[in-house]
Design a protein around this ligand. Sequence first.
Ligand code: SF4
Ligand code: SF4
Ligand code: FES
Length: 211
Amino acid sequence: MKITFKINDKTVEARTGWTVLETAQHYGIDIPTLCHHESVTPSGACRLCMVELKEGNWSKLVASCIYPVKEGITIYTETERVSNVRRWVFEMLLSTCPASAKIRQMAANYGVASTRFPISNPDNKCMVCGLCSRVCEEVVGLSAISVVDRGVHKKIGAPFLRPTDVCVACGCCVSVCPTGAMQSFFDQVRGEPSMRLTQLTRQSAQEVKTS
Ligand code: SF4
Ligand code: SF4
Ligand code: FES
């Protein structure tokens, strides 16, 4: 069944179950995203994909990657409110992951070069969007990593932040990470090469024992 609505005053058709973002992408309408990947369940973590939804004489901002399409709604992707919230999200990202060249580049492309928010960790690249762990769980089927801790202490890692041999080093998490952070977490998840050797030696010894 088709659902008809409007994006930027253009009539579009979506399939039941599509989100606003999926429909926009289908029609080649650009909406910036960071925590979204078509292969995994959307989480709405970064808020960069906000768009303005108008119904009658009221409007609100919604995250397009998690907003399901509805018959007759009107979506605008480039209003003043959308630009303001995008700017705000980029400034927040520049303050939380200032070491990410990818974020800096993307923010610059949208005209944001600095942030008015405080920078607590100048070396941080991770925005804790969880995309890496969703890919590990939903695509690779392993759950080697997850978001650990809570609130401002949230971070990505293996259970107890210790290296894990559940990880098969497929690299999917590294390739989907939108900020370049996962590359630097990789040794923490897999263990230093010397430690991996110790794990392998332990496994081989175990195998010999049980054979
Ligand atoms: S490592 Fe990358 S994908 Fe994973 S939570 Fe951090 S920013 Fe997101
Ligand atoms: S490299 Fe390891 S942690 Fe990353 S997706 Fe693959 S199995 Fe999961
Ligand atoms: S892409 Fe929609 S919230 Fe991140």
